[in-house]
Write a protein that binds this ligand. Sequence first.
Ligand code: PHE
Length: 362
Amino acid sequence: MSESDENRLAAALARLDAAGDVSEVEAVRIDALGKQGWISQALKTLGTMDPEARAAAAPRIQALRAELSDAIAAKKDALEAAELSARLAAETIDLTLPAPEAPRGTIHPVSQVMDELAEIFADMGFAVATGPEIEDGWHNFTALNMPESHPARAMHDTFYFPDRNAAGEEMLLRTHTSPVQIRAMQEQGAPLRIIAPGRVYRSDSDATHTPMFHQIEGLVIDKGIHLGHLKWTLETFLRAFFERDDVTLRLRPSYFPFTEPSVEVDVGYSLVNGKRVIGGSEGWMEVLGSGMVNRRVIAAAGLDPDEWQGFAFGTGVDRLAMLKYGMDDLRAFFDGDVRWLAHYGFAALDVPTLSAGVGVAA
Ligand code: PHE
């Protein structure tokens, strides 16, 4: 321990005082407190001293170290605070400037229609449920009464992943929103009233098919549910969605592995200037798949089919949007062409509400 250590401390403090940025502070720290720094070296010499000399020297060196560390920390804080206030001063916004043009982005018709559907079904007591787009074969097929050998499984044009999951299940991009039926029943039990809008994938591409598209699933599980409930629900939904009281439904027998009986639902349309408009009954157009939930599906999801019954339906959201808002090429939905979006998109503040009519004046 020597006089020169006191001098070195004074020099370091002076250098700190003059430092204009954090890197200069760091240089002072390394010089004194780094591995090869003079204070670190002085601390090392303590071990070689005899006890008396060490007792005298140790408190002095420790005091030097404490004083310098405190000064370094204080200087760092001061520099950081100065930097922050400089940035805050530079980033002010002049609120007296004229406002920018109105936001030019629009809500995509698919998002708009999903919001409309959520609003309509919320009014009937349905909650929104979700599930993963990367599904396993059990949820997408097996639990929906499509075992590995089932022909419907091959008909789905499924995108598979190369590897199976840890449980040995094949992994895929979900081909429909129906696996959310299974997940909702497993997670929430019964009674249950949900809709599940979302993306689905099939290896198919032409003017009316895209590899990714949107569906919405509906599921009601309760006691004593029958086809009448299904028909009323779909009628109420389609009338609210198309905003017409003359929407008529036609239920046709059909087949889905996960519903029994299964019904396909057509809506009546009329021709206005050669264009199909929903309402009336000049012709029929298929819009929905539905039916009473198959007992095997209820059981697969862990509920007792003797106690619980239900109905389910599924339909294409893109298709509903086209029918309501008059687009005729599905592919344009996914092109991201700003001219198309400016024409068919919706203003961000046009939030659908039942009281104002869920749709937006076209
Ligand atoms: N999942 C069926 C499809 O993608 C639609 C559907 C859903 C049918 C629910 C019946 C019940 O075609």
